[in-house]
Design a protein around this ligand. Structure first.
Ligand code: PMP
Length: 359
């Protein structure tokens, strides 16, 4: 293998609940998993029905052109099918960006403490990753613009960012896009966009007319509750989408996933309910952090990162109590833990376990 492959740091997924339950001697049903920014409500009933219906015919290949899902996305966002790429999760979208636009000798710019897949996918192409120092744990857009070189082809921005939850306003993003040379694709990763408060929302897809070098990446894994099915999508200029579709696997998204995503997109009430539950859970957790005198980073996502000090020890204690959160040392934050917002009773279990861990 080339050296650039050997030097990749593997993404470390969490252990399956069943394995942790066995290790800790706790019943699986008593484990609270708040580690992967999933929707604690699971998926909407409409999506579940679509899954059951799709199971009836798995003898055929899925629709490799994702015709029905693309049509639904076009109706929702007022775009054309040629502007869309459908991926096996939005990780696939990020991967396709690097396949289409990066190669040895070229580079991508991303922020410190940003989503782990940006360096992974960049390094997998033998391209150079330019990591820019963060400001208050968030993206420093001026520094990111200044880090671009003639070899740079991609800038990754996560808004809100994972694992810090930091948010960049629409106005700041628009100003940033105006500064970026046209040979650089700006990948705006909006995996958590459905959780934004009404006053935080902005119309990134509407910006595509002015900024053909913008790509908006979204996912059905978070608010839509379909993480296990793996569906994401990109909205971009037709030329950008065309290049990505050339390097895409012909049948990269399963028929069950396609059907579920289309149904999920139609259930706006479920998304509103999920966002509301998230808002209440966020208040529940941050009030508890405040009461415990813990520092946290204000988050616009469905998770919040707090300073645990001895994060390894606190995490071990939480695990022993059957509560799984996410250590983020691999993101350069060894003293912090990230917890996903769960159901009110799950949040309460976490808070109580954290009190014990810190006692
Ligand atoms: N982008 C960000 C910022 C994320 O946090 C995640 C999930 N951890 C993803 C993309 C990828 O999610 P998926 O592949 O499930 O769409």
């Amino acid at each position: 293998a080339p050296d650039y492959i050997r030097s990749i740091m593997p993404y470390e997924p969490g252990k399956p609940i069943s394995e942790l339950a066995r290790e800790m001697g706790i019943e699986e049903a008593n484990i609270v998993k708040l580690a992967s920014n999933e929707n604690p409500l699971g998926m909407s009933a409409q999506a579940r029905d679509a899954v059951h219906a799709a199971v009836a015919d798995l003898g055929r290949y899925p629709d490799g052109g994702a015709f029905a899902l693309k049509a639904a996305l076009c109706r929702r966002f007022g775009v054309k099918p040629e502007q869309l790429v459908v991926g096996n999760g939005s990780n696939d979208i990020l991967e396709l960006v690097t396949l289409a636009f990066l190669a040895p000798g070229l580079s991508a710019v991303y922020s410190r403490h940003a989503f782990a897949v940006y360096p992974l996918a960049t390094n997998a192409r033998g391209a150079r990753g330019i990591e820019v120092a963060a400001r208050n744990f968030g993206h420093d857009l001026d520094a990111m613009a200044a880090a671009i070189t003639p070899q740079t082809r991609v800038v990754f921005i996560a808004n809100p960012n994972n694992p810090t939850g930091t948010f960049i306003s629409g106005a700041a993003l628009e100003a940033f896009l105006g500064q970026i040379p046209s040979h650089v694709l700006v990948v705006l990763d909006e995996a958590y966009t459905e959780y934004l408060a009404p006053e935080q929302r902005y119309d990134s897809i509407g910006w595509l007319e002015r900024f053909p070098n913008l790509l908006v990446s979204r996912t059905f894994s978070k608010a839509y509750g379909l993480a296990g099915l793996r569906v994401g999508y990109a909205v971009a200029h037709p030329d950008v989408a065309d290049l990505m579709n050339r390097v895409r696997q012909p049948f990269n998204v399963s028929s069950i996933a396609l059907a579920a995503a289309e149904a999920a997109l139609g259930d706006e009430e479920f998304i509103a309910r999920s966002a509301e539950l998230n808002l209440r859970g966020m208040a529940q957790l941050t009030e508890a952090f405040a009461a415990m005198g813990l520092e946290w980073i204000p988050s616009a996502g469905n998770f919040v990162t707090f300073k645990a000090g001895d994060a390894i020890g606190v995490n071990q204690s939480l695990l022993r109590q059957g509560v799984i959160v996410r250590p983020i040392a691999a993101y350069g934050m060894p003293h912090w833990l990230r917890v996903s917002i769960g159901l009110p009773e799950e949040n309460a279990r976490f808070i109580e376990a954290l009190r014990q861990a810190l006692a």
